[in-house]
Design a protein around this ligand. Structure first.
Ligand code: SAH
Length: 370
């Protein structure tokens, strides 16, 4: 058994997890993430609005209206390529405060007929964020669902920004003789700590080549792969496209990418379950493979900065700058633009992946990578 560090915080959920592990044994990392993020009473998303300067992290739609607007225009072009179906479902997974959707709908109104055809469907687990979305999107008549499976089938455009990173994953560690699952257990002082399952994992963790050196950690999110397959299956059956945006370093860090953030600072993943956001980098190559195996076409992943530039974010920033009321507002627009596209900010680490019906053609922004 190997010990991790730092699971000695004092969150109420931590105490419950310690009792549970004492009785029933270690949890998989996926089980730990699911409880820490979604426990109905003490889970992270149940108890707080994590977004914005006063929260734990800031996402692209909260940085600038340009992000959602360009996604709205992207959706309009996709809709036209679909043959302008009316109605069309505009589905968003994990809409946060509803900011992206509100900006997208405003931009969608520029394509004749598109706005009126849209039916907004939101997949959201958090009651707190659902309430925020209801306020932001009051005029749009959204319908909420607990999972994609509940969203009615029909020609759809689906958006997921920083959704896949929160899906539970399992970790496996390469030892001399094979792979062992990494679990969340207790150390000698009854604190949460990473432990290694003594028995090797039977066979290889799903989808892996056996070419990693001892000590390497790999992450497999069954939830993410199942969701990618479901999105692709729907898209291939009923038409349309999906746009997945998230962070995912290439290649992924050899020691695993699981991370926790609280008030804009990295914290130990095991320190305060329920009080910190826990995520991991998204394995875009695996999502693309899974989507293609399920009958759709995948485009990308492409660096977010490149994709936004191809969609014309610099022109949009110029227009906003022209309409700005003073130097301060202009500086804010410049700084937001930089944040979204600069390589050392969100431009390179963040990626865009499109999943489309095989007959749709190349979605906007993905042309040179098709
Ligand atoms: N897309 C938004 C919010 C990102 S935070 C933005 O870019 O600002 C992640 C979002 O996904 C939150 O709305 C969170 O409540 C939701 N979420 C996380 N896991 C979920 C799950 N398993 N089912 C439904 N919603 C989930």
């Amino acid at each position: 058994m190997r010990r991790g560090r730092g699971g000695g915080g004092t969150s109420p959920l931590r105490a419950r997890l310690v009792r549970r592990i004492r009785r029933f044994g270690p949890l998989s990392v996926a089980e730990y993430m699911a409880v820490a993020l979604h426990d109905p009473e003490q889970g992270y998303y149940a108890t707080r609005d994590p977004l914005g300067a006063a929260g734990d992290f800031v996402t692209a739609p909260e940085v600038s209206q340009m992000f959602g607007e360009l996604i709205g225009l992207w959706s309009a072009v996709v809709w036209q390529a679909m043959g302008s179906p009316d109605p069309v479902l505009l589905v968003e997974l994990g809409p946060g405060r509803g900011t992206l959707m509100a900006d997208a709908l405003r931009a969608a109104a520029r394509a004749p007929g598109f706005r009126a055809a849209i039916r907004v469907h939101l997949v959201e687990a958090s009651a707190r964020l659902k309430a925020a979305q209801a306020t932001t999107l009051a005029g749009a008549g959204p319908r909420w669902h607990a999972s994609l499976a509940e969203v009615p089938e029909g020609p759809s455009i689906l958006i997921a920004n920083e959704f896949f990173d929160a899906l539970p994953l399992r970790q496996f560690e390469r030892a001399e003789a094979g792979w062992h699952e990494r679990l969340v257990g207790l150390d000698a002082r009854a604190r949460l700590g990473f432990v290694r399952e003594a028995r090797p994992f039977p066979g290889l963790p799903p989808g892996l080549a056996d070419d990693r050196p001892p000590g390497a950690v790999v992450e497999v999110s069954a939830a993410a792969l199942a969701l990618a397959a479901a999105i692709a299956g729907r898209t291939a059956r009923v038409g349309g496209a999906a746009l997945i945006l998230d962070y995912g370093a290439e290649p992924p860090a050899p020691g695993g990418t699981l991370q926790a953030v609280r008030r804009h600072r990295p914290v130990d993943v095991l320190d305060a379950p329920g009080e910190a956001d826990i995520t991991a980098h998204v394995d875009f190559a695996a999502l693309a493979r899974t989507a293609e195996a399920a009958g759709a076409r995948a485009f990308g992943p492409l660096a977010q900065g490149t994709w936004l530039r191809r969609l014309g974010i610099e022109t949009r920033a110029e227009a906003l700058r022209g309409a700005a009321s003073g130097a301060e507002q202009r500086a804010a627009i410049d700084s937001a633009l930089r944040r979204l596209i600069a390589p050392e900010e969100m431009g390179t680490l963040f990626k865009a992946l499109a999943v489309a019906h095989p007959g749709l053609g190349i979605p906007p922004g993905f042309e040179e990578d098709a």
